[in-house]
Design a protein around this ligand. Sequence first.
Ligand code: AMP
Ligand code: TRP
Length: 332
Amino acid sequence: MSLIFSGIQPTGNLHLGNYLGALRNFVRLQENNDCIFCVVDQHAITLWQDPAELRKSTREVAAAFIASGIDARKHILFNQSRVPAHAQLAWIFNCVARMGWLNRMTQFKEKAGKDRENASVGLFAYPNLMAADILVYKATHVPVGEDQKQHLELARDIAQKFNHDFGVEFFPIVEPIIQGEATRVMSLRDGSKKMSKSDPSDYSRINLTDTADTIALKIRKAKTDPHPLPDSIEELEKRPEADNLFGIFAALSDQTRQDVLAKYAGAQFSSFKQDLADLSVQVLGPIGAEMQRLTKDPGYVDQVLRDGAERANAMAKPILAQVEEIVGFLKP
Ligand code: AMP
Ligand code: TRP
């Protein structure tokens, strides 16, 4: 039994990558662990967010957690800004982490783009807040998609430096959990780009709220190459679009790529795509429908978040108090 923490940003549409890389693994991990799941609204505002949209997305991401099968009574589901200890610990971590460490973060480079001078300070310090999210509960295991690996390595560095600087064995060294056949789902339009909420083309991703017809259409239109389906893993690896669709199929059907190869080797893309569309609708349809239902009941979702925040606060406060004592703040 471990203490698990993970977060998802309330920015735009949740998609198949979020589901296969994150949500689905959370649902499995909740069986044998204590879990804390967070809608990270403070991370969201590191890039501009319209306030009304932010409120809407926060509820929608919470609805996605519940619709995917997270038991919010047994575990904790809340929005980050309701638990001030995250930001308080993040400030201390701003003073532990080094500029050089943050300068190496590839997500910052991607998100800041060419005009780095104009990026928010929050975007630069983003990984420090992420480390605080986890360590303010002394959580030990963090399920995420592949793209978050570097941030978790930074969280380990921060924990180690804090422990070393203050001569304590206080923070645990967190372990990432990056598992499954789809830890990095790629865009349906470009096999070299990650499926992302912020891609301007809606055809690049399958949203959790897409209808069955839209899902089928997007898969039919997904970019492929002109050859029949590959018949070996080596060949698959040379064909990024086919590899991505095979990975999605494998993850959705709880098989390995090898299993999928055994069934579809040498077949035409069209029949494979039809089966993939059916499978996607079968898995995502009920989740999307439940999200729609919950979206019509914001009172319920808000109550879940408030209740989760109360329990999260109760866990985080004493840990933050110990950290402040270690650092030398006069309290109370
Ligand atoms: P975000 O939407 O950036 O807050 O991501 C939420 C979770 O989904 C994180 O654990 C990410 O690693 C994961 N994730 C986001 N995009 C993808 C993707 N294309 N493939 C797999 N996992 C992803
Ligand atoms: N940075 C993560 C993402 O964009 C979201 C996140 C914030 C997170 N805090 C976290 C993930 C703590 C795991 C643990 O996907």
